[in-house]
Design a protein around this ligand. Structure first.
Ligand code: ADP
Length: 613
């Protein structure tokens, strides 16, 4: 068999995607390889296909247990002998797996990096013929990365201790130049063939929604109501946020679960499975959730808070739309998020890192946070902001993101800005936003009398404006640095650098989005991937989905491991009635056909009989 035949027979796909062919070719010619590809691009195929063609065993080093289990289930479902060795197994199970491995039972073995040091594993590695070592999530080797794992540094010792140096291939979705160099150097890759595919994921629609006050909950509730049949992830910055939002959503009857490091292992595992198996298609989580989650039908990822870096954002948002279907990545931004992140970064721990590096990493963290802020505040194309950040050249705008579709009107609020400054000056930096807003609006509140604000010159001067407008103005002034919000528990407003405002030509421009227009466009671009189906096709899709769920339950597998949504949609389009036609459906290989093909064929035939024509 050659590579294309392996792809068709085992995985049911007709052709390689961009980048896959080159990487596979390099590996099969005996070269080391480094592939930087975005999530969902199909990295696994790049080492799984050569693994089947190389004479010996391929070891895949992977940081996460859930990822390994998922991959092994998928491979087994495709008829490929694979196993994993990690701490979820008992010693006896590990011994048995290693025995079978030495006998050559498995073509692919997934292993956690910590395991490489164990005597039992080394003993196997010295006996079993290892053709290739694949390092998945290879950016974990970089001390500059967000996901540095000291145990990854042991990989190279392990490789050097093997009797014959295997081919080494490394895969990551993190694209920065420094991480790429780190991988190449630390892993000692030997003249690797390096493939970096484009980072654009056309099926993802990015948008940033700006919140001056605290209406994020209402946004999320409304969004979920409008997308009730879809699976989604909502990321929050803190456990407290996760719990609060989770309670709120489940109180409204949303089929939702939650995930963060404060939940005990057992429950966390159950929650994760509820999500993966679509028993609870919505999850509220901290960034502890998701690495290694392969769920292909996630239709939206909402960030309730701004993440700490573009790397994190790209990775987390990228969990949407792995199946290639249109999906939304929405970031809910408020200025508060910047403070939360600064606080979290200040408390970050640096396990396993040398002291002199810590300062450097801190600086980089601050730079990363700044770039992330830039994404939230930019009014130009979001997709191109991301691509430019990862070093891709871009021109113009994508016409397919929230900013490209948003229509802004710019309002000159310079005069109002001066009143805000007067008011903060009169308050002598003692009060927070609520009192300042109330004063400017001329609110009739006891508290304002109490602090003497009703006697200020600025009291009521902006009563002709809406509270929302003044909030937008204050936010703009915070962004411009004219005023400062302190970060203590009781945060107050103080004057910042107001010199520039003395210049007559300086303007304070507040951008207001014209809501109706942007909403209309974004919902249009959110056309479902199932739009290609006719109404009858959609009915069949629904039937096939139910059949898939039934089989998934019988086999205790996540539904998408049986067939993913794209495969089901392709079935609805091609309406196969015999084996040959079924094998033409994208994602149906020989093994999956022999396991499930007949039942799906019957369902299609039954549907055709019920709906003649
Ligand atoms: P990554 O690890 O890069 O995030 P995966 O390996 O999980 O991506 O692949 C994402 C999806 O794309 C999977 O459902 C996979 O089966 C599918 N896929 C990979 N290669 C191909 C291909 N050549 N043709 C069609 N689908 C593919």
């Amino acid at each position: 068999m050659n590579a294309v035949e392996v792809l068709k027979t085992y995985f049911g796909y007709d052709a390689f995607r961009k980048g896959q062919e080159e990487i596979i070719g390099a590996i099969l010619s005996g070269r080391d390889a480094l592939a930087v590809m975005p999530t969902g691009a199909g990295k696994s195929i790049c080492y799984q296909v050569p693994a089947l063609l190389l004479p010996g065993i391929t070891l895949v080093i992977s940081p996460l247990i859930s990822l390994m289990q998922d991959q092994v289930k998928s491979l087994n479902a495709a008829g490929i002998h694979a196993a994993y060795i990690n701490s979820s197994l008992t010693e006896a199970q590990i011994a048995k797996a290693l025995r079978l491995a030495v006998q050559g039972t498995y073509k692919i073995i997934y292993v956690a990096p910590e395991r490489l040091e164990s005597a039992g594993f080394m003993e196997f590695a010295l006996q079993g013929a290892i053709s290739m070592v694949t390092v998945d999530e290879a950016h974990c080797i970089s001390q500059w990365g967000q996901d540095f794992r000291p145990s990854y540094l042991k990989i190279v010792d392990f490789i050097e201790n093997l009797p014959n140096r295997p081919i080494v291939s490394a895969f990551t979705a993190t694209a920065t130049e420094e991480v790429k160099n780190d991988i190449e150097c630390v892993l000692k890759l030997d003249h690797p063939d390096t493939v970096v595919t484009g980072f654009d994921r056309e099926n993802l629609y990015y948008s940033v929604e700006y919140f001056a006050g605290g209406q994020k909950d209402a946004f999320v509730e409304d969004y979920i109501d409008k997308h009730s049949n879809e699976s989604g992830i909502i990321y929050c910055a803190t456990r407290k946020n996760v719990d609060a939002l989770y309670e709120k959503l489940s109180g409204r009857g949303v089929p939702v679960t939650r995930y963060h490091a404060g939940i005990d292992n057992e429950t966390r595992k159950r929650n994760q499975e509820d999500f993966i198996y679509d028993r609870k298609p919505v999850v509220v989580a901290t960034n502890a959730f998701g690495m290694g989650i392969d769920k292909s039908n996630v239709r939206y990822v909402i960030h309730y808070n701004m993440p700490q870096s573009m790397e994190n954002y790209y990775q987390e948002a990228g969990r949407a739309g792995r199946d290639g279907g249109n999906s939304q990545c929405i970031l809910l931004f408020s200025l508060q998020d910047i403070m939360i992140n600064k606080y979290l970064l200040a408390r970050k721990e640096f396990d396993g890192m040398e002291a002199e590096n810590i300062e450097l990493v801190k600086q980089r963290d601050a730079q990363r946070l700044q770039a992330m802020e830039g994404y939230c505040k930019t009014t130009s194309c979001l997709r191109y902001y991301i691509l430019a950040y990862f070093g891709e050249k871009t021109k113009g705008s994508c016409d397919n993101c929230g900013n490209c579709h948003r229509v802004y009107s710019e309002v000159d609020m310079t005069a109002d800005a001066k009143w805000v400054i007067n008011c903060i000056a009169e308050a002598r930096g003692r009060y927070g936003l609520n009192i300042i807003l109330g004063t400017l609006l001329g609110a009739n509140r006891a508290r304002l009398k109490e602090v003497g604000a009703t006697a200020y010159k600025s009291y009521g001067v902006l009563s002709h404006r809406s509270e929302k407008d003044i909030r937008l103005l204050v936010d703009q002034m915070l962004m411009d640095g004219y005023i400062i919000q302190t970060q203590e528990e009781y945060s107050v407003l103080r004057l910042g650098d107001i010199q520039r405002l003395r210049d007559e030509n300086t303007r304070v421009l507040v951008r207001k989005s014209v809501e109706s227009e942007s909403k209309a466009k974004s919902s249009r671009s959110n056309s479902k991937k199932t739009d290609s189906l006719t109404r009858a096709g959609y009915e069949l899709f629904d039937k096939l989905r139910k059949l898939r769920l039934a089989i998934a339950k019988e086999e205790a597998l996540p539904p998408y491991i049986i067939f993913n949504d794209r495969t089901l949609i392709d079935m609805c389009v091609k309406m196969p009635v015999n084996k040959q036609e079924m094998l033409n459906v994208s994602g149906v290989g020989e093994n999956k056909f022999s396991r499930y093909g007949q039942r799906f064929l019957e369902q299609v035939k039954e549907f055709m009989a019920e709906n003649p024509g």
